[in-house]
Design a protein around this ligand. Structure first.
Ligand code: PMT
Length: 402
């Protein structure tokens, strides 16, 4: 399975901070995702971590000096800069930020940054006083002015013992920044409302009716749409997943709450995606006290929940907006059922989910779906990670927007 970073040429600069050891994890993750990572270390960085560590993790030669033995052989260093899709510097020290802000080219890393013509992403890490110093802040302002992306460091206990801002941020946040900067911004200007996760329909204070949705598919759609430039509002049923960065999250519990949440949000939306597994029924009555156990069978009434997607589809008939994407969780007659739901709910696109196949549907990290658009064009997708699946769904939506 191809990863989103596969084949991307990343020039990875490391400058001299104790946080250099954390860069090892970043390089390992990038290499695991099949990015072509070439590491360039400043002299100070090599005092903290050996170049051998990064050579082993990246599977490539690590560059350290401007005047290494073979430096002149093919102007390798300059070609490295020119061929890159992205320059990442992590950790970026106060010294490195200062050099870049003033256009210095007195070592290999600063020379390569000047010679590159791709985006430059800087992840500062240093003591908080150094980071907050007016000189560092003025340098950062200058770098932003030049079009570099400078990511604010994290807060917490620092290696020097101080507490405050200055920690190298976690890999998961960095990964998101790297993917966003590499992504085509083809959803820029769109407001997208996405529902995700299950609903919980309470029977009594202890028990409820729900389903196996984890929220992974909906959250992946939200994360990828944000990366591609959209404003994203995620209406989420109960889920253990960390919300994607820069996504507005509205937490709901029951189908009725999700109905209210979606109706309040859809008006501002250009695109609505219902990836949530809304319970079709809820208990007719929610008991105030826990129902006591006995040996007798009990019966309770189930009443239908509002069909949110159908209501949105009916509204679309008058306003002709927003663009509406539904999901169908099917165990048999997938395509026929998908087609029926597409028509009945007046959708622009339906994503048909095989929920009993291996590694697909509820709770899995992968998914196998078929797409049918409003012209009844069918695309059967292979088994993909939910993130890749989200990429393919957005590709289709972008085509439908045109
Ligand atoms: O969350 P994960 O673990 O990652 O799993 C993903 C998923 C399998 C939940 C997801 O990909 C999926 O298929 N979601 C839709 C599940 C579903 O409710 O399918 P359905 O065929 O019953 O409903 C059709 C559509 O109507 C869906 O878009 C659903 O959100 C919507 N619906 C359903 C019932 C209801 N009362 N209101 C609705 O709007």
């Amino acid at each position: 399975m191809k990863t989103l970073l596969a084949g991307k040429k990343i020039l990875f600069g490391i400058s001299g901070s104790i946080a250099a050891y954390k860069a090892a994890e970043w390089v390992r993750e990038l290499a695991k995702a099949e990015a072509e990572v070439t590491v360039v270390m400043t002299d100070a960085a090599t005092r903290f971590v050996s170049g051998l560590t990064f050579a082993s993790l990246s599977g490539r030669r690590v560059y350290t000096g401007m005047f290494e033995k073979d430096a002149g052989e093919d102007m390798t260093h300059i070609s490295l800069a020119k061929e890159s899709d992205l320059v990442v510097i992590a950790p970026a020290t106060a010294q490195t930020l200062a050099k870049l802000a003033h256009g210095f080219a007195d070592d290999l890393l600063s020379t390569l940054v000047l010679a590159s013509n791709c985006k430059v992403l800087l992840f500062p890490a240093m003591n908080s006083n150094m980071y907050c110093h007016v000189a560092t802040q003025a340098n950062i302002a200058k770098l932003l002015e030049y079009g570099y992306e400078v990511i604010e460091p994290g807060q917490g206990k620092l290696a020097c013992g101080d507490e405050g801002i200055g920690r190298l941020i976690d890999w998961q946040i960095a990964r998101e920044k790297i993917l966003s900067i590499l992504a085509v911004q083809d959803l820029e200007g769109q407001t997208i409302v996405i529902s995700a996760g299950p609903t919980w329909e309470s029977f009594d204070p202890a028990r409820l009716l729900s389903n196996r949705s984890s929220g992974k598919m909906g959250y992946a759609l939200a994360r990828v749409a944000r990366r591609r430039g959209a404003r994203v509002i995620l209406v989420s049923g109960p889920s253990a997943i960390e919300p994607p960065p820069e996504v507005e999250v509205i937490n709901v519990m029951s189908g009725e709450e999700m109905h209210k949440g979606m109706m309040a949000q859809y008006k501002s939306a250009d695109i609505v995606v219902m990836a949530a597994a809304v319970s079709d029924y809820r208990p007719g009555k929610t008991m105030k006290q826990k129902v006591k156990k006995s040996n007798k069978s009990i019966e309770f009434e189930l009443v239908p929940n509002p069909d949110i997607l159908k209501k949105l589809g009916d509204k679309k008939k008058k306003a002709n907006r927003p663009l509406l994407v539904g999901f169908a969780a099917e165990s048999t007659e997938h395509i026929a059922e998908g087609r029926r739901k597409l028509k009945e709910k007046n959708l622009d696109l339906i994503v048909i989910n095989d929920i009993i196949g291996k590694n697909t549907g509820f709770g899995t990290d992968t998914n196998q779906v078929s797409l049918i658009d409003r012209d009844y064009q069918l695309d059967k997708l292979p088994l993909l990670s939910k993130e890749e699946c989200a990429e393919m769904i957005w590709d289709k939506v972008v085509k439908l927007l045109q």
